[in-house]
Design a protein around this ligand. Sequence first.
Ligand code: PRP
Length: 218
Amino acid sequence: MPGVFEVNHPLIRHHLSRLRDKSTPPSEFRTLVQRLSVLLAYEATSDLPTAEDMIETPLTAMTGSQLSQRIGLVPILRAGLGMVDPILNLMPDSEVWHLGLYRDEATAKPIEYYSRLPETDPVHVAMVVDPMLATGGSALAAMEVLKRWGVPEIRLLAIIAAQAGIDAVMEQFSDASIYVCAIDPELNTSRFIVPGLGDAGDRIFNTTPAGNTTPTGD
Ligand code: PRP
């Protein structure tokens, strides 16, 4: 179902607060990203179609069900990697298609550095995962690649989004769905999400950009 879904749940608010806190160390940050990814994916998969499947329990035969579509998880490197394993645990038959994009610090425009998507036979549903949706530039670049592949349905899962990024994505891809844990009100002049959580990639991988002593990221 197209649209924007801000998942409002006490567990999400609880874990998100720890995630935002600048004193939360990378090891805990990674765990929180995993928990939030599961909660987000639970919502973002709630209308996936299933097909009937005959099974036998130890007691009798019955009709069960199984997911009926090919699903692709598309992490935007680097930070999206932190969301893959927990979602893959929920849908172990998914395909994982990595896209490498980083935001140029001066222009905030996405630079693509890795994509090995095939030219044919697209998945039915692509779930793009990236903890942050700031200007929307990276998500839009990823979605354009997926559209060129021929993916009919794209769902975007982000832990935090800025309203500007959501607007940019929906303007260009009105048939997409966006699932987020929180929509933050603004981008600062450097186009970082405020209040945000800093730079998700740096906090997941315990890296500090050269010359930076405080994480400010998107
Ligand atoms: C961050 C984030 C998104 C992007 C969001 O990645 O993980 O991919 O920026 O910004 P946008 O909506 O304005 O495009 P970053 O470029 O810092 O790369 P990284 O994941 O390697 O740290």
